[in-house]
Each structure stands twice: as C-alpha cells, then as structure tokens.
Write a protein that binds this ligand. Structure first.
Ligand code: GFB
Length: 312
C-alpha cells in the first residue's frame, strides 16, 4: 500500500482543538506532517456550503473526522438533540465533501457506545446492530452508527477509501474537565484535586461504582489512527482499545492515589450508571500490528500533571 501520510501529503484534521484532534496533530508533527486546520469560527462544519467550499479549495488527500459533539453520561442523557443534530451534520458534510473533492483516505471515529447495551464482552466488531442500545446515549450512538454506514456505503457505491475506527473511553491532555459535561476520568481528577485543596472529607462518585470501563490514552489512540491509516483499507470497522477494563470504584481509588487525596469516596446513586460494561475485543487491532503502550496509572499521572500545568 503506498503511504498516504508523508510530509508532502495534504492532511486535514477536523476538530483539531478537541481531545482527539489535537493528539492527532501532535502525532503527525512528529513525522513533520503539518495538518491543515480551521477553527470553528473559520469553518462551521455544520454548514454544508462552507464545508464544500473549504474542501474544493484545499483538496486534502487524507481526512481525519475527529470533530464531534461529545460528552459524558449526564450531557448525553440531558441534551440528546444536540448530540444527534451536530454529529449527523458534521460527519455528513465532511464525509461527502471529502469524497467529492477526491480525498484518498478518510478516517471516521465512532465510539464503543455503538454496540448494544448488553453485548457479549469483550465486544467484537460483529456485535454492531445486533441489539438495543444504552438509552442514556442512544442519540449519540445512532449518529455514530449512521457515520459508519455512510463511510461503508461510499466505499461500496463509489470505491471511497474511508475506514471507521471505534475507540473505547478516552482521556488525556486537552480533555474537558467541566463536571457537568465531562467523562468520568477528568471529572475524578478534578474532584479529588479540589477536595484535597479544600481538605474536604469526601468525594462523590456518580452511580453505584460497579460499571466497568476501559480507558485509552489519547496519544495511544492518535498513534493507532496513524498506523491504521497506513495499513488498513477495508469496509469492516476496527475497535481501538487496550483490552482491559476496571470498575468505576477501582478507577476512583486509583485517581485518589495518584492525586494523593486521603478522604473517603461516597456514592450518589441518583445519577445513572449507564452500560454495565464496555470492554472492546482488540484481536483485530492486534492482528493489524498495533498495541496500546501507555499504562493507566502512568496516563492518569501525566494527565493530572497537564491539568495542574493549566493553573488549576
Ligand atoms: O465517562 P462517563 O460519563 O461515560 O461515565 P460512559 C462512566 C461511568 O462513570 C458511569 C460514572 O457509570 C458514571 O455514572 N461516574 C462516576 C461518573 N462519577 C462520575 C462523574 O463525576 N462524572 C461522570 N461523567 N461519570 C459515555 C457516553 O458513556 O461515554 C458517550 O455517554 C460516549 O456516548 C462516551 O460513548 C465514551 O462511558 O457511561
């Protein structure tokens, strides 16, 4: 396969200010590949005509679709209209414009919540569309499934070289630490840090603490995206995870230890648990020659250091 990612390739990273997009830009820079980027003010990806004009002008060879409306369980559960609207618009505009302007490769990122709520664990790629979704994030998951189907359909009908990767729960530098809209890992870093500063006796964990999740550092995801862009060109989706999970209670204990907080953990069971378990089967990913490298403790410690460096 000819390498589509070289310093002379025109690579567009949609969503370069987000957690995933910024990690992909950093990863590309290590190989002297300077991504084409646009801020939201410069290019509103929900506007079809603006997206078409941008692609007609820049004609990227490779497109990473990392722009998305994302959030944790509470944001998904309370603002489903935003999640379905923005994601459908952004991905539809970008995928179609990439095809029309002659892109040689497109990488679409889904999410592990595309799989049924009660899918057998670890979740294999062929579990997609075999059962009912987790209701708290159904709107987001349906949008992502539509994106996967669009990429697959463009390949089948137009011979378009789009691939869809399904990352597990992500974290790392550049994450959202807002307690109402964030995912669990950044929320816990912030909660334990602030409780330590204030000498508060307890930190509150949402739900029962029993759900299990898998956490992948975003720099590992970016490395996997670059690797798979080069070696993979098939219609089937590919899971991107570490292959190990941990309960939310255990995660909280680990973050407490890394931050150095000595108080107690209490539960707020009025908040939802979501899917009981989300562990990806990574057999296919390993077969394609990629393994995660950043351990969870090490990744939490470096993310906490990044959080502190922001002046928090
Ligand atoms: O990370 P999180 O919001 O997303 O929550 P999901 C994971 C688990 O951590 C849930 C619990 O069981 C939460 O109840 N949790 C405990 C907390 N304390 C907290 C807290 O302070 N903040 C948060 N946010 N959670 C999202 C989906 O699901 O994950 C999206 O809604 C997407 O669609 C994303 O797939 C990756 O893993 O439950």
């Amino acid at each position: 396969m000819t390498d589509v990612l070289t310093p002379s390739s025109r690579v567009y990273v949609a969503g370069h200010r987000g957690l995933v997009g910024s990690a992909i830009v950093r990863r590309l820079e290590r190989e002297d590949i300077r991504a084409i980027v646009r801020t939201r003010k410069e290019l509103d990806l929900t506007r079809q005509s603006a997206v078409e004009a941008f692609f007609a002008e820049t004609k990227p060879d490779v497109v990473f679709v990392t722009a998305a409306h994302v959030g944790g369980i509470l944001a998904n559960d309370t603002r489903p209209a935003d999640f379905i609207r923005e994601n459908l618009l952004i991905q539809t505009n970008v995928i179609d414009a990439a095809h029309r302007s002659g892109a040689k490769k497109l990488v679409f990122l889904g999410s592990s919540c595309i799989y049924p709520k009660l899918a057998p664990q670890p979740m294999r790629e062929d579990a997609l569309l075999t059962g009912a979704l987790e209701p708290t994030n159904q709107a987001y998951a349906v949008a992502k499934i539509a994106g996967i189907e669009m990429v697959r359909s463009y390949r089948r009908q137009h011979g378009f070289h789009g691939i869809s990767l399904q990352p597990t729960n992500l974290y790392g530098p550049g994450d959202n630490f807002d307690l109402q809209s964030s995912h669990v890992l950044p929320a816990l870093i912030r909660k334990f840090h602030e409780a330590m500063r204030a000498s508060a006796p307890t930190v509150t964990l949402w739900g029962t603490g029993t759900p299990r999740r898998e956490f992948l550092h975003v720099d590992d995801l970016a490395d996997a995206c670059v690797h798979l862009t080069r070696v993979y060109d098939e219609a089937e989706i590919v899971n991107v995870g570490v292959g190990e999970d941990i309960s939310i209670r255990e995660l909280a204990e680990l973050v407490r230890e890394v931050v150095g907080y000595r108080g107690e953990i209490v539960l707020d069971t009025s908040k939802p648990d979501g899917t009981p378990r989300k562990l990806l089967d990574v057999t296919k990913l390993h077969g394609l020659g990629w393994h995660a490298r950043i351990g969870l403790r090490e990744g939490i410690a470096s993310t906490y250091a990044w959080y502190l460096a922001q002046g928090s």
